[in-house]
Design a protein around this ligand. Structure first.
Ligand code: C5P
Length: 233
């Protein structure tokens, strides 16, 4: 069984992206493509990552515009059949709903508050803090508008789960296996902790893609998650 992991394929070019995707695909449910690769290569990068791999696609484009424009963008990428597409919750209720309606086969995931923004930065852009209140407010709004998934930090998972119920997919970046380099991620949790807190899908990038053997790194994390779930069953 593959692990509930979306590997962030933040690769410098399309060949590397395809190679990483093939190495991790046997072990994980999902691969995630972000703005850097998608803006450079468009749908070609999706095709080359899918290749012969049976893996779901998470398109992390964080759309944020007026509802009609977001609907058009969501419709355009819906043809690529991503399982998940991100939008910024701050675009508001009508924008989120427009994305949901334009891509009915795709799970629209709302990004609440970027984890790069601290309370002072939130204040500066006029978003009432503290951050965790803003996250909760935007999460509820997103779900009311039809989003079926939320992107949040592992530290917000349990409180958001209580807020939005069991049917919403909670997706968490900021995941680091014990002992791994934290890089620029400040508040991290291990994969086992994030799942225990109630996360449904873990976004993991560099601990896998920058390993000497990305396939082996993905397999090791997947095995640790399997052991943890057997132990808690
Ligand atoms: O390499 P690493 O595991 O830090 O990769 C995390 C991925 O998740 C990156 O693609 C990053 O853009 C994304 N992300 C994040 N924090 C968020 C939202 C997305 O790190 N709050």
């Amino acid at each position: 069984m593959v692990a509930p992991i979306a590997v962030a394929i933040d690769a410098p070019d399309i060949e590397t992206a395809a190679r990483w995707a093939s190495s991790v695909a046997p072990h994980v449910s999902t691969v995630k493509v972000g703005l850097e690769l998608y803006l450079r290569y468009g749908p070609d990068v999706i095709a080359s990552m899918r290749g012969a791999n049976k893996v779901a696609l998470f398109l992390d484009l964080k759309l944020h515009d007026i509802p009609a424009t977001v609907a058009g963008a969501a419709r355009s990428v819906a043809r690529l059949r991503p399982s998940i597409l991100t939008v910024h919750a701050a675009g508001g209720r009508d924008m989120i709903r427009a994305a949901v309606e334009a891509a009915p086969e795709t799970r629209i995931a709302a990004v609440t508050v970027l984890t790069s923004l601290e309370d002072a930065a939130l204040e500066e852009i006029g978003l009432r803090g503290p951050a965790h209140d803003a996250v909760r407010r935007l999460a509820v709004l997103s779900v009311e508008a039809g989003a079926r998934a939320l992107v949040c930090s592992p530290h917000e998972v349990s409180s958001l789960r209580a807020e939005v119920g069991p049917d919403i997919t909670l997706i968490t970046p900021g995941v680091r296996p014990a002992g791994a380099d934290k890089g620029d991620q400040a508040r991290v949790a291990t994969p086992e902790e994030a799942i225990a807190a109630g996360a449904d899908l873990l976004v993991i990038g560099r601990p896998i893609t920058r390993a000497a053997d990305p396939g082996a790194a993905a397999a090791t994390i997947a095995a640790a998650l399997r052991r943890a779930s057997t132990a808690s069953a």
